[in-house]
Each structure stands twice: as structure tokens, then as C-alpha cells.
Design a protein around this ligand. Structure first.
Ligand SMILES: C[S@@+](CC[C@H](N)C(=O)[O-])C[C@H]1O[C@@H](n2cnc3c(N)ncnc32)[C@H](O)[C@@H]1O
Length: 336
């Protein structure tokens, strides 16, 4: 099979079916504009500091970073999180290195997709760096794949990683997808819908893009995922409230994904996989923890695994740390 080069199309640059991949992009006027990557703040993930009040005679008060109430839903913070691929790359690598039980999600999703035997467009929504996109393209080489994400830098990496496959990447928001109505045979929304404050609206938009008989594979994790790491941060005293900070999976999690999909589609399949991670020592766990905006840590520790390792070692005995996560997959079908 000839595999055309992957190309980038913005919703504004293509309103028909792409000649190279057969992806039916939605007309520009109906699609969201590509996102502009945010400039990270000094913390790498926190919103800009808010000035504190001061009297005319007092010296300027030091500015304190105000963390967002829920950093995983705050739009500016989320843009900052995905403004470059590096944080996601470090985070994924730290988890991959520590995983002792559980199949990588991209392998599960590609196998579930292959079993659906789709004929036509596959849409990987919130594709990030393209890990799942690549697995889908390999598993179903005859299907064109549209990879959509709101982060231009992550899309650039997805494009380069899927070069040589029948993949086209495009900037777009999953609340207003740049895909035509009833165009996709299969859609994937893996580990992204939890960044929506209105996931039901995002799922309704995904339904719009599926053709009758089209299938959605959605994936998320449990709210209790990695809680041993929250407890570790709390025990260190670096953020005593760490265990009660909002979970990344608060809006879309293992306990409500089927209900959310059910509101838009007919649920056909639910699967919960237990993953176990064993970090050998504080150095290894800090490589993961430093990538999280969840904790209220001093800015010099966020995004700085070596500094975070030192701070943890000053407060806790160095030891292996085991943590778990439930990964949930739900398949929904558009009946008509
Ligand atoms: C944790 S990554 C998951 C990437 C990929 N699906 C995977 O499983 O490896 C979350 C992705 O969702 C994207 N995202 C967040 N909000 C979005 C939105 N409103 N529309 C489209 N993509 C969004 C981010 O840019 C990021 O690439």
C-alpha cells in the first residue's frame, strides 16, 4: 500500500476531503480556531501571579503565585501544560519506566479499534504527541486517521511521529471538532475529556462526527489513581493538603465514563484495567511528581525533578514507592 506523507491542515485551510488522506474536514466557519500555545508562567504550569494590595508608603509586597482552583480545568493552565511536549514526555516516560502491571493504553485501544473492523475515517481526538495515533495507524493501515488536538506543539510531534502513515493532524477543540458531521467510522478520546468542564457537551460533539454505526472508544483513569503519591507529598510536608487537591480525573473518571458515554451513545463495552507502578526510589518518583500541577509546591520545585528529589530526601527516608491506577475503557456506538 502506498502511504502518503502526513500533512498538516488547519480547519481554515481545507474544507473538503483531503487529497492525501481522505479526511473530510469541516468547513472553516464551523470549526474552532487553532489554539495559540500559551507562554508558560514561571512555575511552568501556574497562572500568572496576582498583585497583592499595599499602602502607598509600604514597599511593594512580594507577588505570590495563585494556583487555579482546579488546574486541570483552568483553560490557561491547561494550555501551559501542553505548551511544549516536554512535560508530557517526561511524565509518560516516568510512568512507563515504573509500570510493573498493566498493558499500555495505546496497545489496548489499538486492539479494541482493530476488533471493531472499521471501514473509513478514524479520528483520534486529543491525540497529544500521537502515541495512540501511531498505534491506530499501524493496527488499521487502510483507514485514514485524523489526529486532532488543541496544542500546536504536541500536534507537531504527532505529525513527525506518524510520518509515513496515513495520518493527518489538525488543530481543534473537542467542543467544536473540525470534522464533518457523520464522517468518522471510529473515534478515540483517550485521557483528554477530563480537561473539559462540560464533558457531556464534548461527547455530544463526538457523536455528531460519528456516522451511524460509528464507534467511540473513550478512556480515562480512576480518581484514586496515584493516591499513594499524593500521600507521599503530604507526608513530606511540602504540601500537607496534597491528598485533598482536585484529581486530574475529577470530571471524567472510571466511575462516570460509562454514564457520560451513555448520554450520547449506546454503551457496548466497559473494561477496567488495574495498573501498578513501582518507583525504585525518590529520584524516580520525583521525575513523575515534578510534572504535576496538582500540588502547591514552591515554584523552584515544579518542573525541577532534581530539586524536588533533594527536597523529598531532606524530609523522607529514601525507599521504593508503589502506586496504582485503574484505567477504564468504554465503547459506545451511534445507533442512527
Ligand atoms: C494527557 S494528553 C493525552 C494525549 C493522548 N490522547 C494520549 O493518550 O497519549 C491530553 C491531551 O488533550 C489535549 N486537550 C486538552 N484540552 C483539549 C481540548 N479542549 N480540545 C482538544 N484537545 C485538548 C491536550 O492538548 C493534550 O494533548
Amino acid at each position: 500500500m502506498t502511504r502518503p506523507e502526513s500533512t498538516t491542515a488547519s480547519p481554515g485551510s481545507s474544507s473538503g476531503t483531503s487529497g492525501t488522506t481522505g479526511v473530510p474536514w469541516r468547513h472553516a466557519s464551523a470549526a474552532s480556531s487553532p489554539s495559540t500555545p500559551a507562554t508558560p508562567t514561571s512555575t511552568g504550569s501556574r497562572p500568572a501571579a496576582r498583585p497583592t494590595s499595599s499602602s502607598p508608603n509600604s514597599p511593594p509586597a512580594p507577588q505570590r503565585a495563585e494556583p487555579a482552583a482546579d488546574p486541570f480545568l483552568d483553560r490557561a493552565t491547561v494550555r501551559g501544560l501542553y505548551a511544549t511536549p516536554s512535560r508530557l514526555t517526561s511524565r509518560t516516560a516516568a510512568l512507563r519506566n515504573a509500570r510493573v502491571r498493566g498493558t499500555p493504553a495505546e496497545e489496548v485501544i489499538a486492539e479494541l479499534a482493530r476488533r471493531q473492523n472499521p471501514h473509513g475515517l478514524i479520528a483520534d481526538i486529543g491525540c497529544g504527541r500521537g502515541t495512540t495515533t501511531l498505534a491506530l495507524a499501524r493496527a488499521l493501515p487502510t483507514c485514514p486517521v485524523a489526529a486532532v488536538d488543541s496544542s500546536a506543539p504536541l500536534l507537531a510531534q504527532a505529525r513527525s511521529r506518524t510520518r509515513g502513515h496515513r495520518v493527518q493532524v489538525v488543530a481543534g477543540d473537542f467542543h467544536a471538532l473540525p470534522l464533518r458531521t457523520r464522517s468518522a467510522a471510529l473515534a478515540v478520546a483517550a485521557f483528554c475529556l477530563y480537561h473539559s468542564a462540560t464533558p457531556a457537551a464534548a461527547l455530544s460533539e463526538l457523536r455528531r462526527c460519528l456516522r451511524p454505526g460509528g464507534v467511540l472508544i473513550a478512556a480515562t483513569k480512576s480518581t484514586t489513581s496515584y493516591r499513594e503519591l499524593d500521600q507521599l507529598i503530604a507526608a513530606s510536608g511540602l504540601d500537607p493538603e496534597a491528598a485533598s487537591r482536585p484529581s486530574l480525573y475529577r470530571t471524567v473518571h472510571s466511575g462516570n465514563l460509562d454514564q457520560l458515554v451513555h448520554a450520547a451513545l449506546t454503551v457496548r463495552y466497559i473494561r477496567h484495567d488495574e495498573h501498578v507502578f513501582r518507583f525504585d526510589d525518590l529520584d524516580q518518583v520525583a521525575a513523575y511528581l515534578a510534572t504535576s500541577p496538582k500540588y502547591h509546591l514552591p515554584s523552584e520545585l515544579l518542573g525541577h525533578p532534581e530539586a524536588l528529589t533533594r527536597a523529598l530526601k531532606n524530609r523522607l527516608p529514601n525507599r521504593p514507592i508503589t502506586t496504582t491506577s485503574t484505567v477504564t475503557y468504554v465503547i459506545g456506538v451511534r445507533d442512527e
